[in-house]
Ligand binder design. Structure first.
Ligand SMILES: [Zn+2]
Length: 213
C-alpha cells in the first residue's frame, strides 16, 4: 500500500476544498508526524475547531488534553504548541478520540472546549467508518488514499464540540532523594522499597557490557 506524500496530500486537500490556513496546519502536522496518519488529520481539524470556538489568538498560551496517545498529541503540539515538554499537554487515556483545549486558570478548574468524533456523522463515510469502528473488514493502511480523502473532504463534518470545565490538581511540592541503587537523584515520593522507580517497577533496560575500544 502506497503511503501518501506531502504533495499527494496537498492535491487531495485542493480536491476536497480545504481552506488555506487549514492546509498549512495539516502540512505542518504531517511533516512533524512524518506521515499523514488518519488520526493526525482528524486531530488537526479538531484543534482548528477548538481554537475557533475559544476565540484563541495565534500564539496564545494554551493548555490541552488529548484523550489518546495516538496521533492527536502531535496536532496539539504542532498547532497549539502545548507540548509534553512544556507541560501544557496532558494525555488522559480515556480510549476516546477527543481533545480539549483550555486557557490558564488560577483555580483547579478551567473553561475549555472539547472536540470529539460524532459517530452518527461518520457513517456516511464508508472507509472512515470501517477505520473508526476498527472493523476487521478494514483492509487499508492508516494512510490509504480513500481513507485520507474521506477525512479531508469531511473536515469538521464528522466532529462535535462542547464547553467543558477542565479539572486539574494544583502543583505539589516535592523533595529529592538519591537512590541507593543507581546513585541518581529522583523525587522522594516516587521511591518504592527504598529505591527509585527506575530501579524498581519502571525499570525498562538491563545494563549492557561497555565495549572497550
Ligand atoms: Zn535508582
Amino acid at each position: 500500500m502506497k503511503e501518501y506524500s506531502l504533495t499527494d496530500i496537498s492535491l487531495l486537500m485542493e480536491k476536497c476544498g480545504v481552506d488555506d490556513p487549514m492546509q498549512d496546519y495539516i502540512r505542518e502536522c504531517v511533516s512533524f508526524h512524518t506521515f499523514p496518519a488518519a488520526g493526525l488529520l482528524i486531530a488537526a481539524f479538531m484543534v482548528d475547531l477548538a481554537l475557533e470556538k475559544m476565540g484563541a489568538r495565534p500564539g496564545e498560551k494554551l493548555y490541552a488534553v488529548s484523550e489518546t496517545p495516538k496521533c492527536a498529541p502531535d496536532a496539539l503540539q504542532v498547532i497549539v504548541h502545548a507540548t509534553l515538554g512544556n507541560h501544557r499537554l496532558r494525555i488522559v487515556e480515556t480510549g476516546r478520540f477527543a481533545i480539549t483545549i483550555n486557557r490558564y486558570s488560577e483555580g483547579v478548574r478551567a473553561e475549555g472546549i472539547r472536540v470529539f468524533i460524532d459517530g452518527g456523522k461518520v457513517k456516511q463515510y464508508p472507509t472512515l467508518w470501517l477505520w473508526y469502528t476498527n472493523d476487521p473488514a478494514f483492509k487499508g493502511s492508516v494512510s490509504g488514499e480513500k481513507l485520507l480523502e474521506e477525512i479531508l473532504c469531511a473536515g469538521r463534518g464528522i466532529l462535535a464540540w462542547e464547553k467543558v470545565r477542565v479539572r486539574f490538581s494544583a502543583k505539589k511540592k516535592w523533595a529529592s532523594r538519591i537512590c541507593p541503587s543507581c546513585g541518581e537523584m529522583a523525587p522522594a515520593e516516587g521511591f518504592e522499597n527504598g529505591v527509585c522507580r527506575g530501579c524498581g517497577r519502571m525499570a525498562y533496560y538491563d545494563k549492557a557490557p561497555t565495549e572497550v575500544p
